[in-house]
Design a protein around this ligand. Structure first.
Ligand code: IMP
Ligand code: MG
Length: 173
């Protein structure tokens, strides 16, 4: 795909290779006759999830959750299922696009744990490790990336660029 308006950080081919690697790792850790309850965190994770889930040859249910983050009061991050999705006693796989401070993921995991899944695993494609303010549980991690505002492959800048085939970045300010 021809670049639209951002610099390339990770190519589409590199992402595809990594996603199939993650899919193989997740499958290897999932019983052949098991069932995964995959929870996709909207909107950013929709592209990653579509590719990742097709790389995991296991019986899978898919649910979606919206998060609304108040940048000034992260403790008040709001999570909402888009449709009813049962996670009690499930083999839950949380699929998230990117980790920054880690605050969103930790709030979410605490909320989900209260619903008593059998286990919770997390898959995160991009990780701004240098920005972490809280330790976060991540079983399947794609790429460590620098602290830039990244876009594409699901991630947005003001709701644009989500459809880029690669991970790019936009200059801030
Ligand atoms: P955290 O709570 O600080 O870890 O922020 C994680 C959330 O911030 C992600 O779910 C994204 O929605 C958003 N985010 C963080 N960095 C970026 C970025 O570089 N591009 C687009 N969204 C981002
Ligand atoms: Mg997000």
């Amino acid at each position: 795909m021809r670049p639209l308006a951002s610099e390339i950080l990770i190519t589409g081919d590199e992402i595809r290779e990594k996603v199939s690697e993650l899919g193989r790792a997740i499958a290897a850790d999932t019983p052949v006759h098991g069932e995964i309850a995959a929870l996709v965190i909207l909107k950013g994770a929709f592209v990653f999830a579509a590719d990742l889930l097709r790389a995991i040859p296991r019986r899978t249910r898919v649910g979606f959750m919206e998060t609304h983050k108040d940048p000034h009061r992260p403790a008040l991050t709001n999570f909402q299922f888009t449709h009813a999705f049962s996670i009690e006693n499930s083999d839950l796989l949380v699929i998230e696009d990117i980790l920054d401070s880690g605050v969103t993921m930790n709030r979410l995991l605490a909320r989900l744990a209260a619903r008593r899944p059998k286990r919770i695993r997390t898959a995160v494609l991009f990780d701004k490790v240098s920005q972490r303010t809280e330790a976060v549980q991540v079983e399947y991690r794609g790429f460590e990336i620098p602290n830039k505002w990244v876009v594409g492959y699901g991630l947005d800048d003001d709701e644009t660029y989500r459809n880029l085939d690669y991970l790019g970045y936009v200059e801030q300010g």
